[in-house]
Design a protein. Sequence first.
Length: 155
Amino acid sequence: MAHVFFRRNYVHVRELNLSEINYLESDPEHRPRASLNYTPVLDDDFLELLTTAFNNHPSASSMMAELNCTRIRFVGGLPRGFACFQALRREGKHADRYIYGHHESTRNKFGTDKTFKSLKQFVPHVFWIIVDQPLADNRPRGCLCKLCAEQNYRL
Ligand SMILES: [Zn+2]
């Protein structure tokens, strides 16, 4: 999604369909063990949760500046290869959510359960996917998400 096109096109709410991005790296094989008893989060629910998490993220203002909008709304589908699961806490109502599919999740000594532990934690990786990873001021732009940062630290 060539976000450079956004620069001349301010919109109040920018709708993004992450499933249309086809250059991203992901790991569709990496999914929770059956014994964890997680339930899948439906795509529509996931997109709504991710939209809220993205718009309320501490880095939202700099992300919105780059995306040339005030808010974003995720529509369509998830980024290819990713999936969200949830587990209800014992007490009942609160659900912990985990996002599977990070491209390094089963390689380079990462354990098989290397996951994003919340929507909020997933947001920087989503931003990186949207802006096409490439260059900022002619320098490579690394992903700032927790999993990518840990990975870079290990190399
Ligand atoms: Zn990342």
